[in-house]
Design a protein around this ligand. Structure first.
Ligand code: DGI
Ligand code: FE
Ligand code: FE
Ligand code: FE
Length: 190
């Protein structure tokens, strides 16, 4: 697909080598999950390619984009502006990379903290980001990779639980959205 090729070229330009490898890994993994769950494969690829399009900007630039375009910044985001690569990324996907599909934009916006009631595409990008082949040293990675293709919500919940335990141990600030997403998918499972 021609537009996917263009997005790949654009990401290669704005991302350093390792990040670009990760981007391609998320693209392929999101495509595989879309095949498994009957999603739109092309949309999954586009969202995978663009999800970290704001990852290689400076924190200052991310804050500037969000402030300038009236994108709300939470307390935790203000203190940890790397989190804003999701919101700033959705903005750039629309304005710079011409994405009009709101589901793709939501998948980019919510790929770090998740949110309750995620769409199939949002879940796919969230999970693909964590399990793509280049991702290393995450606990339970082998188990989560397998689970992703058997029980997407189960994999989503495990990723949130492991991310939150990691943040608790390392003393990272927890965004209320990450906690809310975990609670929602934990309740849903019961
Ligand atoms: O951009 P990537 O590294 O590919 O992946 P990502 O956008 O999912 O970001 C992952 C990082 O975000 C990981 O180190 C955990 C962190 N994270 C997720 N939720 C929160 C968080 N960090 C903080 N401080 N607070 C959160 O709620
Ligand atoms: Fe990211
Ligand atoms: Fe993630
Ligand atoms: Fe990523």
């Amino acid at each position: 697909n021609n537009s996917l090729k263009k997005l790949r070229k654009a990401m290669e330009k704005v991302q350093d080598g390792d990040r670009y490898e990760h981007t391609l890994g998320v693209e392929y993994t999101a495509a595989a999950l879309a095949m498994r769950y009957g999603g739109n494969v092309c949309d999954a690829q586009a969202a995978g390619l663009l999800h970290d399009c704001a990852k290689c900007l400076s924190d200052k630039k991310r804050l500037k984009i969000c402030e300038k375009h009236h994108i709300p910044i939470s307390k935790v985001e203000r203190k940890n502006p790397f989190l804003l690569h999701a919101k700033a990324g959705a903005y750039l996907a629309r304005k710079k990379y011409g994405v009009k599909n709101q589901d793709i934009l939501n998948a980019i916006q919510n790929h770090t903290t998740g949110r309750k009631e995620m769409s199939l595409l949002e879940k796919i990008v969230f999970v693909a980001d964590y399990i793509e082949p280049g991702r290393k040293h995450a606990p339970n990675l082998a188990e989560i990779r397998k689970m992703a293709f058997l029980d997407l919500d189960g994999a989503l919940l495990k990723i949130l639980e492991d991310t939150l335990s990691y943040l608790e141990i390392s003393g990272g600030d927890i965004d209320p959205m990450t906690e809310e997403t975990r609670k929602y998918y934990s309740k849903k499972k019961q």
